[in-house]
Design a protein around this ligand. Sequence first.
Ligand SMILES: [Ca+2]
Ligand SMILES: [Ca+2]
Ligand SMILES: [Ca+2]
Ligand SMILES: [Ca+2]
Length: 242
Amino acid sequence: MRKGFLCSILVGVFVILCSMNAYAVTMYIGDVDGFGYGGAVGYNGAYGGPADINGNGLLDSGDALPDLNGDSILATGRGDDFDHRSAQEMGDTDGSQWTDVSLSTSYNGRPGLAKNASFTFYFTIDPNDPYYGQDHFLNLVYGDYDVKPMRAVVEGEDVDLLGNQDAGYDGYIWRAYVQVEWEDMLDGVVTIDIVAPREPYVAFDYALLDTKAIPVVPEPTAILLLGSGLLGLAVIGRKYKK
Ligand SMILES: [Ca+2]
Ligand SMILES: [Ca+2]
Ligand SMILES: [Ca+2]
Ligand SMILES: [Ca+2]
């Protein structure tokens, strides 16, 4: 009898955990595929080294967009236009059409430029949702912002974007995020507008609405430093023990 009771409690807990995951508002516009390059194996950034700077097998935050013609500059009219959109992404109207393509003045197939881009999340609010009332994060992954001003406006709030000047190299890929208050989600819509009147070449990988911000993968050198730092601490710890 007691075994059966315990079993039913465990099953109950499992069902609750499953339903918690199912109810979180986790929505993507576009896909997590490194701008359609995936891990960009064999591609270099304009700085001369691998585009996948952090070496995690995916073009993401902290990496560089590929300098396709190898002229050490990533820009409009410099041989770096690409269009990796699927037919479905091209046809979507939520914002997917702005992802995985160079929004570049030299690319005739562009859906528009950065200044025309916007992303809209539509979702259903359920008062029984365990996440009901919880603030969320709006994440945006983009590359090669270097002509000011450019910013994202999320539910009317300005979001600062880091650009190539901050990284010190061309084609810088970064993720920006902002907390979205629950009050702004009650209508079941969250919008991102890009303000970039003069930016002639930029690209977006995807936008994500979730209960957390996208973590940044450390660069290999940072991992090494962290590793040696931990090693140093371990040595110090050992010395103290003596
Ligand atoms: Ca990477
Ligand atoms: Ca180039
Ligand atoms: Ca640019
Ligand atoms: Ca993508």
